[in-house]
Design a protein around this ligand. Structure first.
Ligand code: DX5
Ligand code: ZN
Length: 220
């Protein structure tokens, strides 16, 4: 699944960007929540989630990059988020938080920065709906994909398979038509794309191209 990230949309026309992708068949959108502490940038609060859910029929994948994920998860759940992921670096109570999120019938994801050992999340695999492997240092759109991420995705996919689990692997940062195939081949199934879509000359064509690459990959 290709998941457009609204961080790269034109903020004065977010609704238009969402509509444009909905028309192309996108249903799930990635919403980056940054608090200016865990990451050096500030973005959206729960009101954006509430407004988008009120206006459109879509699934919102909320990526929390905040120091207080316990509290924040609650705010975004109440606002209507459908999927919520949080960083393992931000809480010693990840197991509790995953179960809180799932207890409210949301999909729970756990995320790690590029330098965080994968093994940290292994004890949580059983409970986790998806693992978000960051392929850039979180905070900004438009950064370059970190190549060693491919090895991490592959390693995680093997671990999940060996354990007989069904958690999906999401990858976020620096993904576009040029490296999408590599990311899929490594084992990712949920692909976040911000600038490669919205900052391209023709976002619709780029989204279509990425979907086509993914379809071709699945047919192989
Ligand atoms: C980065 C965010 C990403 C961002 C990705 O901290 O978590 O979701 O939107 O943007 P691109 O695809 O431009 O790297
Ligand atoms: Zn993100």
């Amino acid at each position: 699944m290709i998941i457009p990230s609204i961080l790269s949309a034109n903020f004065s026309r977010i609704a238009e960007s969402v509509e444009m992708m909905l028309k192309e068949g996108a249903r799930t959108f990635h919403v980056d929540i940054m608090d200016g502490h865990f990451v050096p940038n500030l973005t959206f609060g729960p009101e954006l989630v509430r407004a988008l859910k009120r206006e459109f029929d879509l699934i919102l994948d909320v990526h929390l990059m905040v120091e207080n994920p316990m509290e924040a998860a609650k705010w975004f759940e109440e606002a209507g988020a459908d999927w919520i992921s949080f960083h393992i670096e931000t809480t010693p109570h990840a197991h509790k938080l995953i179960n809180m999120i799932k207890g409210r019938d949301k999909k729970a994801g756990i995320t790690l920065n590029p330098s965080t050992p994968l093994e940290l999340i292994y004890p949580l695999i059983e409970e986790t709906d998806f693992v978000l492997v960051m392929s850039v240092n979180p905070g900004f759109e438009g950064q370059k994909f970190i190549p060693s991420t491919l090895k991490r995705i592959d390693q995680l996919r093997r671990y999940i398979e060996n354990e007989g689990r069904s958690s999906e692997i999401q990858v976020d940062g620096g993904i576009g038509p040029d490296n999408l195939r590599d990311v899929l081949s490594a084992g990712a199934t949920l692909i976040v794309a911000g600038s490669s879509i919205f900052k391209s000359n023709d976002p619709v064509s780029t989204y279509r191209l990425m979907k086509k690459i993914e379809e071709e990959f699945r047919e192989k």
